[in-house]
Design a protein around this ligand. Structure first.
Ligand code: ADP
Ligand code: ASP
Ligand code: MG
Length: 846
């Protein structure tokens, strides 16, 4: 058609032409678009008018002519008022047209009231008038604004069958008549303003395409004209992840494949008529859905692309007022043809089936039909299976009303295992009872029947489960494993390079592609939803070790605290996100809680969130449990040693811990060994700091605060000592020394050299050695220097090695010992990596 000109079809829904102000806005949109393209405008009736006409027809059929006339008068008044407000000047002709259309309907209403019968044919004639009226107003507004618009009634050219109320275009015929009616107008430079919703039956009668059918009018016209694009202007910013009236946090979807859009409209997304996509999908004509109230919003584009994006499920929809009819009976198993008979019977009664579900035992088949056809369906089946019921092969035919069908839709589902399991888990957690399930062979959707009262809950649960309120990263991440690094100090940097080195291994072992998507330090954070590229990450790590600040990098967000960072990053639809706290901060508990709440697993190498108040510890554990997330903290107790893992294993197998005791500080172990060798205390500490074994402030180690935290975490995780005041810590030095520069601290520690050397010498004379021991027992945690036999396991411990001795009911006589390197950046990073891999194991694609 185009011969160098673009052709676009613009359809305006009922609210978009709802009053004079809206119609003026339509005129602006159309004139702007017409600068670049030839346009066909399709308009719906003003919002509510079709309902009024339906009501007028129904009232007349009851014999209530007055009510019918009253409704019609209201329709007339509304259009005349809008016309007046449009301030057209000379509008006699338009007024006459509007009066003529209304008076024709008025004649019909009178006839119906007289006969007390409303045939589908007459009903269509009545309700199609809404579009005829609105089109006159839109045309008048465009003409007023200088555009060459002409009103065109679709029942003069859009050929359909005679299935009144739900007519179908006559393919092959309507294409030609649409072209014949509209093309000459376009070539003349006119803008045809066509009535949506209606067409012409073979005998010339007016038909309608089903409620909401103007969308279909637009795509039928676009297909016939080989248009370049269709825009459906409505009252929301596009096609949403769920009906925004049911799910307030629903978002507009940027792109949908034709099949996804078709599936969504079929399963209840009212924004598009069920059959909208049929004419355009095979031709690949893109359909945009935009908001006429906010023309600057990008809206949704529906085309042939397949973009699963960062999530398999794109939207959740619902069809209300359905009836589930089931045919049940043990005798049905193995009897061929039961399903075929059932569908044939239903089809010949012209009842459309919205869902089919068969139990695997074959002892029941269940189908959903629109509520208004419930009685028909039940009776049809009772008739069809009468003899089977008599024989006892079929027990009964049960109809259940008030059912909603919920559909989770998305092309990515086909390639993503476990979607159905997530659907069921999410619904079970909300206590929603699933009555029947169907998954199409296309795996484009999963459909569930639920009781109407539970429908909104079900939609919200699925919307949350699939993170549909989040921004799509646009990445295809069926195998994604997105890591958020909170903290970029020594451990964070070591971990980042470990992860890079192990990426191939993780992919091979767990089928997951581990990518760091965000890095934060105290100054800010950098977030790349599709993963921070390797080179950029390497550069960040390099510059961080040179003391640079993240906030200074381009693209970084500066100044945000960890909670704000978590919120921002998790407002995107990441894949299996894990927050990793490798900071030393005592303010990350809120960020961790929020992450858990937002569906993110957490690894903490930071002891402070877990060793803070007992209430905070419980909140974190409960938060993880409530959201079904994992909170791992292996590195908080024995760095890389499997201390927590061993403890969890003991408890999980039903053992009961009676005592845990050990040397939990590699730093203090190192210092003790140096003391055994005769090195002065201050010198031993200086050596430890130089070798990177101490916390940033060595006093955290020497005062026992750090070991104390480990012991508290152990006490809490084991359930042995949970009270806030259960712990007694005696340090090697006064904690008031905290916060000094290192050199000054070492100087101050000289005062301890002599007394400590003497204590060591005394102990040695008695065959004992000084060790810094943490002990967790029922109701009590003690941490401090203890003299132990030199030939005991703790006495023989050397260097930075840690050791923990578990005594339990099962390990009573010979305790279970976990020992090995327990300090240093690299082993700690290994401990964190271990936790990340445990999460990968849980979250891997099944
Ligand atoms: P129009 O009159 O423009 O044709 P409709 O009322 O037919 O508009 O469709 C738009 C309405 O569809 C929205 O206001 C919204 O409430 C509802 N709706 C239901 N599901 C969705 C969804 N998934 N996305 C967008 N809108 C939806
Ligand atoms: N006016 C018709 C209806 O209300 C058609 C449409 O709006 O698309 O159903
Ligand atoms: Mg609509």
């Amino acid at each position: 058609m185009s011969q160098g000109h673009r052709v676009e079809v613009h359809k305006f829904g009922g609210t978009s032409v709802g009053d004079a102000g809206r119609i003026a806005a339509v005129s602006r949109i159309v004139r702007e678009a017409s600068a670049e393209s030839r346009l066909v405008v399709v308009a719906s009736a003003m919002s509510g008018v079709t309902d009024q006409l339906v009501a007028a027809g129904t009232a007349a059929a009851r014999g209530d002519r007055d009510q019918g006339t009253r409704l019609l008068d209201a329709v007339l008044a509304r259009h005349l008022e809008a016309l007046e407000r449009l301030e057209l000047g000379e509008a006699q002709e338009v007024v006459a047209e509007i009066r003529r259309i209304v008076s024709e309907v008025s004649d019909l209403i009178r006839a119906v009231a007289h006969l007390r019968e409303l045939t589908p044919r007459t009903r269509d004639d009545i309700i199609a008038a809404g579009e005829k009226l609105s089109v006159r107003l839109v045309t008048a507004a465009l003409n007023r604004d200088g555009a060459a618009a002409r009103a065109v009634d679709a029942d003069t050219f859009l050929e359909t069958d005679d299935h009144f109320g739900e007519a179908n275009a006559l393919m092959g015929i309507s294409d030609r008549t649409i072209v014949a009616a509209l093309r000459p107008r376009l070539l003349r430079g006119e803008i045809p303003v066509v009535t949506g919703f209606c067409g012409r039956a073979p005998d010339g009668a007016t038909t309608t395409l089903g409620r909401g059918g103007s969308d279909l009018s637009a795509t039928l016209i676009a297909a016939a004209l080989s248009a370049d694009e269709v825009t459906i202007w409505t009252d929301v910013d596009g096609v949403f992840t769920a009906d925004p009236r049911v799910v307030p946090e629903a978002r507009a979807i940027r792109q949908l494949n034709f099949r996804e859009a078709a599936e969504m409209s079929y399963y209840g997304a009212k924004v598009l008529h069920q059959r909208t996509m049929i004419p355009v999908a095979s031709l690949g004509i893109p359909v945009r859905t935009r908001n006429s109230f906010a023309p600057d919003a990008v809206g949704t584009v529906i085309d042939g692309r397949i973009t699963p994006g960062s999530h398999p499920v794109k939207a959740v929809t619902a069809v209300r007022d359905q009836c589930l009819v089931s045919v049940e009976g043990k005798g049905m198993a193995g009897v061929p043809g039961v399903a075929a008979r059932l569908f044939k019977a239903i089809a010949s009664a012209r009842i459309s089936v919205t869902m089919i579900s068969q139990s695997s035992s074959e002892s029941s088949i269940c189908l959903a039909v629109p509520g208004e056809r419930a009685i028909d369906a039940e009776q049809t089946l009772k008739r069809e299976f009468r003899s089977d019921i008599a024989r006892g092969d079929v027990d009964e035919i049960v109809a259940r009303r008030g059912v909603s069908l919920i559909a989770a839709v998305g092309l990515g589902m086909a390639r993503t295992p476990g979607v159905a399991a997530r659907v069921f888990t999410a619904l079970a957690r909300r206590g929603v009872n699933v009555l029947a399930v169907a998954q199409g062979s296309s795996e484009l959707n999963i459909t569930l029947a639920v009781d109407h009262d539970e429908s909104a809950d079900a939609i919200r649960a699925l919307h949350a489960e699939f993170g549909l309120d989040r921004i799509d990263t646009g990445e295809d991440v069926a195998r994604g494993f997105d890591l958020i690094l909170l903290g970029c100090g020594k451990i964070g940097r070591a971990l980042a390079s470990l992860l890079r080195a192990r990426r191939a291994h993780i992919l091979e072992r767990f089928g997951l592609d581990a990518r760091i998507v965000a890095v934060a330090d105290r100054t800010g954070f950098l977030f790349r939803p599709a993963g921070i590229p390797n080179e950029e990450l390497a550069e960040i790590l390099e510059s961080k070790s040179g003391g640079a600040q993240l906030a200074a990098r381009s693209g970084a967000v500066s100044g945000a605290d960890s909670l704000a960072m978590v919120r921002h990053v998790l407002s995107y639809r990441l894949a299996r996100p894990v927050l990793i706290d490798v900071t030393d901060g005592d303010d990350t508990a809120d960020a961790i809680l929020e992450a858990l709440h937002l569906g993110c697993d957490v690894v903490s190498a930071n002891k402070k969130p877990l060793a803070g108040s007992l209430a905070q510890f419980r909140a974190l554990i409960d938060g993880a449990r409530a959201s079904g997330r994992l909170l791992k903290a292996e590195a908080t107790v024995g760095a890389g040693l499997p201390v927590v893992d061993t403890l969890e294993m003991l408890l999980a197998t039903g053992d009961r811990l009676t005592r845990a005791e050990g040397c939990l500080s590699g730093t203090l172990g190192f210092v003790m060994t140096r003391l055994d060798e005769g090195v002065p205390f201050s010198q031993a500490v200086a050596d430890a700091a130089r070798l990177g074994y101490t916390e940033p402030d060595p006093v955290a180690d020497l005062s026992g605060a750090d070991v104390g935290r480990k012991a508290v975490i152990l006490g809490r995780l084991s359930g042995l000592a949970e009270a806030d005041d259960a712990i007694e810590v005696s340090g090697l030095v006064d904690s008031k020394l905290a916060g000094m520069p290192l050199a000054a601290l070492i100087e101050a520690l000289r005062a301890y050299d002599a007394p400590i050397a003497e204590r060591i010498a005394n102990a040695r004379r008695e065959g004992r050695a000084l060790r810094y021991v943490a002990r967790v027992e029922a109701g009590r945690i003690t941490v401090g220097p203890v003299e132990v036999p030199s030939d005991s396991p703790l006495g023989m411990l050397k260097g930075t090695d840690n050791m923990i001795v578990f005594t339990s009911e099962r390990y009573a006589a010979r305790p279970l010992v976990v020992a090995g390197p327990g300090a240093g950046v690299d082993v700690t990073a290994m401990g964190v990596l271990g936790d990340i891999l445990r999460i990968a194991g849980e979250r891997r694609p099944k």
